[in-house]
Design a binder for this molecule. Structure first.
Ligand code: HEM
Length: 453
């Protein structure tokens, strides 16, 4: 006769076995559905290294059971344009846009609604409200703030002439300081401290957990309260949100976005370090245009063709936004690059696609060509859209260009030589070990600068 312990163990074992079998059968059924019945079954590609898959399978690859990745340039307009979707039931109604995929934009509970993940109507309202804070007029208003922190960055580089500096960190500190002043009305002092403000970034990006999010929220709330208590009438980024009634809640996108800019600057710096010809031409352009650092202002730097080409080259080779910008085709369907499906464009894949670029490591000069000249040389400049396109494209683009141009022009003007710090091997081959999460995880980029005498 079996004892009660043995009976219990056998029935537990059966239960476990039944559970495991159920799990296997369920996974098999899902796999069979994905392979034989799923509406996207005709598109090739398992999930790994999207760019390589595009090289192998072409401009449309199935990167997950329900997701496609496109490198066809028509996909920008079809996916992100405001006329992208006219549902069958709404064929005469207002044009819609493809909604953002919740799995990518709202992956966990309690993600606060910010402009990036807001639904269409709320997004339109918030975008209208913040657009004033990103306008040309606002940019002119920020120019002295940007100039002050760029000056501080250069002064601190002067003080450390010849010593290895981690550019990736220094660009973060400068861009954070610049971003904080017009929003919170008071400095956060990253350049002063030569450190990130601990609650803002260290916890958020090292821990990347609920605790970090809570600390980050408490910090931004305290800064917003300070601003609300001290200065209500200013017509800047936060001022427009306050007068519209949205408060500081919508500004939590800020940290990640500013980090994009620092990532772009680091990528551009690395590419200049490894391309001495482009570095020399850029330095020559800046030095022959300006006779003092004080002349380097947003207006004149935006007219330097070589500088613009270097920015494009950097943004192409190293798109600061690493993740796919995934959209969902709503009920009623949509057509993307000639296919009736859903999908997104992965910035890295499209900006490295051999379908659009003649050489894998092109020089910045290709971006000086007109669209027609470029096309004849085998390059499709419209494939480069690092800020995305359509009604949900990057609103910070003019600010980003102004800041990057000012920083690079000042560096070219005031620095005679820059070299990777050889002892740190990660700096002499910096791009290879990068890891793309929602933001880039970057190793330090250590560089030795020699100040102009
Ligand atoms: C090189 C730097 C940057 C790049 C490459 C970049 C790129 C992008 C991209 C690709 C999007 C679309 C995201 C999506 O579809 O989900 C976006 C959206 C956005 N970006 Fe940027 N960004 C940069 C810097 C900034 C900065 C510095 C700010 C502001 C301080 C900013 C503010 C925004 C906002 C508010 C949105 C959401 C726009 C909307 O949904 O209407 N960005 N950015």
């Amino acid at each position: 006769m079996l004892g009660p312990d043995l009976v219990g163990a056998v029935s537990n074992g059966r239960l476990l076995f039944g559970f495991a079998l159920g799990l296997i059968l369920w996974r098999a059924a899902v796999a069979a559905y994905n392979f034989f019945l799923h509406p996207l079954r005709r598109f090739p590609g398992p999930m790994f290294a999207t760019q390589k898959l595009h090289e192998r399978y072409g401009p449309v690859v199935r990167i997950a059971s329900g997701y496609l990745s496109f490198t066809d340039v028509r996909a920008y307009k079809d996916i992100y344009g405001s006329l992208a979707v006219r549902s069958k039931t709404n064929s005469n109604g207002p044009a819609l846009e493809m909604p953002k995929a919740a799995a990518f934009y709202d992956p966990i509970d309690d993600v606060p609604t910010v402009i990036v993940n807001a639904g269409r109507e709320e997004h339109q309202r918030v975008r209208r409200a913040v657009s004033q804070g990103f306008s040309e007029a606002a940019l002119r208003q920020y120019e002295p703030v940007i100039g002050r922190y760029v000056g501080q960055l250069l002064r601190q580089m002067h003080e450390r002439s010849g010593a290895p500096l981690d550019c990736a960190a220094w660009y973060m500190w400068a861009t954070f300081d610049i971003a904080a002043k017009p929003v919170f009305g008071k400095p956060i002092g990253c350049l002063d401290a030569c450190a990130y403000h601990p609650p803002v970034v260290q916890l958020l990006f090292r821990t990347f957990g609920q605790l970090a999010m809570t600390r980050h929220k408490a910090f931004t709330d305290s800064m917003v309260h300070h601003r609300l208590a001290t200065d209500k009438g200013r017509n800047d980024l936060l001022g427009t949100l306050i007068s519209e009634g949205s408060g500081g809640q919508r500004l939590r996108f800020h940290v990640g976005r500013v980090r994009n800019m620092a990532a772009a600057l680091s990528g551009i710096m690395y590419l200049l370090l490894t391309n001495p010809g482009a570095l020399a031409r850029l330095r020559e352009e800046v030095r022959s245009t300006f006779s003092s650092a004080a002349e380097i202002k947003i207006g004149p730097v935006s007219k330097l063709p070589c500088l613009s080409a270097v920015l494009s080259k950097g943004l192409r080779a190293y798109p600061p936004q690493p993740t796919d910008l995934v959209r969902v085709v709503p009920a009623g369907g949509g057509v993307i690059a000639g296919h009736s499906v859903a999908g997104g464009v992965q910035p890295w894949s499209i900006s490295h696609s051999r379908d659009h670029w003649a050489a894998p490591r092109p020089s910045p000069e290709r971006f000086l060509a007109s669209d027609d000249e470029a096309r004849r040389a085998g390059n499709r400049l419209e494939a480069l859209q690092p800020f995305s396109s359509g009604p949900r494209s990057c609103i910070g683009r003019p600010l980003v260009y102004a800041e990057m141009r000012l920083i690079l022009a000042r560096i070219m003007f005031e620095i005679d030589d820059m070299k990777p710090h050889d002892a740190d091997t990660s700096s002499s081959d910096w791009i290879r070990p990068l890891r793309g999460y929602p933001l880039w995880d970057r190793p330090p980029l250590k560089v030795r600068f020699t100040i102009r005498t």
